[in-house]
Design a protein around this ligand. Structure first.
Ligand code: ADP
Ligand code: MG
Length: 357
């Protein structure tokens, strides 16, 4: 049996492999306000990193600094070991996709995609061929003649992706490219982006404020807060071993409960549990506990059901503890607790982290 691979992407796929990218201590001030406060991040060739953080933490600034759209006030930006802080944006070999509405409205999809090639003085026939091929890669070759207003939001973002990829850049930067789309298209398109990125093995930095999106597609996630990167790790590492309470709360659902650390364990709600960071100093702390580590039980911590929601494969139930605080737990959808019902809880897993009380 002969196995043939798709020829449609052969030329695009033959682009140079992704570059190694390093941000070292990058600082950016906007009229006295520090937007990037010493950002350090290393991205391996072909790696997909999600830059995750709340609005205003500096994600867009970091991306613009890397692309050259923004000059930095300190630090180094290395692409394959070469410092590019003084290299202009069009010489950095970077493709960019923005949040939305970035297509030229007076150009067709095909002409939008050809744009970067036109700037590079590529001949008409070659431009057309490469634009068609890249539109095929993003699944839009049949819409080459359409204008932005004749395309859905998701289709426009596919064209924007093709426009960024057609010059075969070695780094791809995406700034919340899915945030204007509805939930279903968002999930479809993020999987498409990941498929294409893997196929081209292009080094990618994907900005989002949506933790679910970041965990779902990235090789590693860099969590950003107030101009700094707080933790970089695989989705699993961030979820199970958040380095700080901020990461614990930003990534995944987390309960906060008061506890007391002593000798490498923590006592909370009358139970003693192991600690992920066994070196936490003794004393009162705030404990961060995942909902799936609290179970309904026939005896244990008394609580009263507040609400319970059906989520398909499982249920999430909020309960009020005797001290008045409310915590969330996750359990089998077969159990259906009623609001007002008296229940008991057991703690089954180690807290993901502890922080100052
Ligand atoms: P994010 O993309 O994470 O939402 P930004 O990088 O856009 O955050 O912004 C980081 C900080 O820098 C914010 O406080 C924002 O107000 C500020 N900022 C961004 N761009 C400018 C600008 N052109 N002039 C002044 N301040 C800016
Ligand atoms: Mg932004």
């Amino acid at each position: 049996m002969t196995i043939t691979t798709s020829t449609s992407t052969s030329s695009i796929g033959s682009a140079a492999p992704g570059a190694n990218v390093q941000l070292i201590d990058v600082v950016k001030d906007y009229s006295g306000q520090r937007a990037l406060d010493g950002v350090t991040l290393s991205i391996n060739p072909g790696e997909f990193i999600a830059l995750l953080g709340p609005s205003g933490c500096g994600k867009t600034t970091a991306l613009r600094a890397l692309s050259g759209l923004e000059l930095v006030d300190g630090g180094h930006i290395l692409i394959d070991g070469k410092d590019v802080v003084d290299v202009p944006v069009n010489k950095r070999d970077i493709g960019m996709v923005f949040q939305s509405y970035s297509l030229f409205p007076h150009l067709t999809a095909g002409e939008n995609v050809e744009f970067g090639l036109r700037m590079r003085k590529v001949g008409a026939a070659e431009r057309r061929r490469r634009a068609a091929e890249t539109l095929e890669l993003v699944g839009l070759d049949h819409h080459v003649g359409r204008y932005a207003h004749q395309l859905s939001g998701g289709q426009q973002q596919r064209v924007a992706l093709a426009r960024a990829l057609v010059t075969k850049p070695r780094v791809l930067l995406l700034d919340e490219p899915l945030s204007a789309l509805d939930a279903k298209v968002r999930v479809q398109l993020r999987e498409e982006i990941r498929r294409i990125q893997t196929e081209l093995s292009i080094t990618t930095l994907f900005v989002t404020h949506d933790q679910e999106e970041a965990l779902a597609i990235a090789d590693r996630v860099a969590v950003m807060r107030a101009g700094n990167i707080e933790q970089v790790g695989t989705p699993e590492e961030l979820y199970s071993k958040p380095a700080t309470p901020f990461v614990a709360e930003f990534v995944g659902l987390t309960n906060r409960v008061t506890g007391v650390v002593s000798g490498g364990t923590v006592e909370l709600l009358g139970q003693r549990l192991p600690l992920v960071q066994a070196d936490a100093p003794d004393g009162e702390v705030r404990v961060y506990l995942r909902p799936e580590h609290i179970t309904l039980s026939s005896s244990g911590i008394p609580a009263t059901v507040v609400t319970s929601s059906f989520l398909g494969s499982h249920r999430r139930t909020n309960v009020r503890l005797e001290d008045g605080s409310v915590i969330s737990l996750q359990h089998s959808a077969r159990l259906v607790p009623a609001p007002g019902e008296a229940v008991h809880l057991e703690l089954s897993g180690a807290p993901v982290t502890v922080g100052p009380s």
